[in-house]
Ligand binder design. Structure first.
Ligand code: ASP
Length: 412
């Protein structure tokens, strides 16, 4: 029998997990006590490599973009793509929510047990990017600060020329070790995916999902629309390649992020697949992707746009066009400050609601199904990051088109 490819195995893990989750709906405790721990173990293994990987590969990535003009150009393209696609994503969310009247006819008691945290301030988030204590940033896993620190060290290394070689080689070798470890961890991905999805399905039975079915459908529709229309167009226009191959090549990361609801947790896989399946050079992927996992959240933006309208409609409030434009602006900025971990987008939704005077209590309405929404939005977040890496590589003339076009043979 032909050996199954890893993507296929991950997919089988996902399907089996959903099936077993459905079967365990009457006793979710079994899923939580016996299956979830394997998922947690797998996630911990992945988390283990995130900080060392992001730091070392970003230092190496910055060093590889050794001429300052190139660094500036790639940085500029990356940030512009991230911001524009995010603004576009919120707009799609708002339009869909308005057309479908997403919150119309909805009535459900608010879940009073949900704690609503104060949303962080945008200016504070931006100022905090430069860490006053870089070691603390590494220990706390503060991604934006780690990125800033790594870029600064990378620039330092190149600017001293020959003497910086030792440090460069050190980080280069360190990053290689991390890649090797990820490769080994990924062998367990099918089991990890199975163990992560089963408890989610077991806990979110029809009684939780049905009342909010319309909201869930609209968010999923928005995510699918954005991925298929926006990314397909940008790939076709800027990379001049077949979008289908892109979706196929990045599928392992997309599926994985769906089950983990964490862009940061998926980062090692996004990097590996972008390089091996899409033909993005390491110097670009190691710069664009860690940045994307931290600041680029198109799926989250779609969700925030839809939820803002949903909450306004449920409370019988009208969001004027001006207010909806404010939502676009705040959701785009909020995405920079949203951490790539499960549930972060819901906290940042608080900021979006605040900006247009919507009641924060609205968050409690959706909290029960947030995980289901989180899975979809995270998949879009991750896919969006990879699309940027592809486009930056293509426009820099550094995309390995041969690798890109052979993904159908070797997805794994
Ligand atoms: N879970 C998302 C991510 O990791 C962030 C969010 O909650 O929207 O990308």
């Amino acid at each position: 029998m032909k050996k199954l490819q890893l993507t296929t195995k991950i997919f089988i893990g996902l399907a089996l997990g959903i099936l077993v989750g459905l079967m365990l709906q009457s006793s979710p405790n079994i899923a939580n006590s016996f299956i979830k721990p394997f998922g947690t173990l797998f996630l911990n293994l992945i988390k283990l490599v995130i900080v060392p990987l992001v730091f070392s590969s970003l230092v190496v990535g910055t060093c590889s973009l050794d001429d300052v003009r190139k660094l500036g150009r790639i940085g500029g393209k990356t940030v512009a793509y991230y911001m524009l696609t995010t603004a576009f994503a919120v707009t799609i969310g708002l339009i869909l929510a308005n057309i479908t009247n997403v919150g119309g006819g909805f009535s459900i008691p608010v879940d009073a047990s949900v704690e609503i945290n104060e949303a962080p301030n945008v200016i504070e988030t931006l100022l905090n990017i430069i860490p006053s204590n870089p070691l603390k940033a590494l220990v706390d896993g503060n991604m934006l600060q780690i990125i800033a620190f790594a870029i600064i060290i990378g620039i330092g290394i190149v600017s001293i020329g020959e003497k910086g070689k030792i440090l460069f080689n050190f980080f280069d070798s360190f990053a290689e070790v991390m890649y090797k470890i990820i490769g080994a961890i990924m062998k367990f991905a099918p089991i990890g995916v199975f163990a992560l999805i089963t408890p989610v399905v077991a806990e979110n039975g029809p009684s939780v999902l049905l009342p909010l079915l319309k909201l869930i459908l609209v968010v999923y529709a928005g995510c699918i629309l954005h991925a298929t229309v926006t990314y397909s167009s940008t790939i076709k226009i800027f990379a001049k390649e077949s979008p289908l191959k892109f979706f196929k090549g990045i599928a392992p990361a997309t599926i994985f992020s769906f089950t983990t609801a964490s862009s940061a947790g998926t980062l090692p896989i996004t990097m590996k697949r972008s390089e091996e399946n899409l033909g993005v050079p390491k110097s670009i992927s190691s710069f664009v992707l860690p940045l994307g996992a931290t600041i680029n959240m198109d799926g989250t933006a779609i969700y925030q746009g839809i939820c803002a309208i949903f909450i306004a409609q449920v409370y019988g409030l009208d969001l004027s066009l001006g207010a909806q434009l404010t939502v676009i602006l705040t959701a785009t900025l909020a995405s920079i400050g949203t951490a790539g971990v499960p549930g972060a987008g819901m906290i940042m939704l608080g900021m979006v609601l605040q900006s247009v005077g919507l009641p924060m209590e609205g968050i409690a309405l959706i909290a029960g199904v947030d995980r289901i929404l989180d899975m979809a939005r995270t998949s879009v977040n991750v896919t969006g990051d990879a699309s940027c890496a592809l486009i930056v590589a293509a426009t820099e003339g550094e995309l390995d088109r041969e690798v890109y076009n052979s993904t159908t043979k070797a997805i794994n």
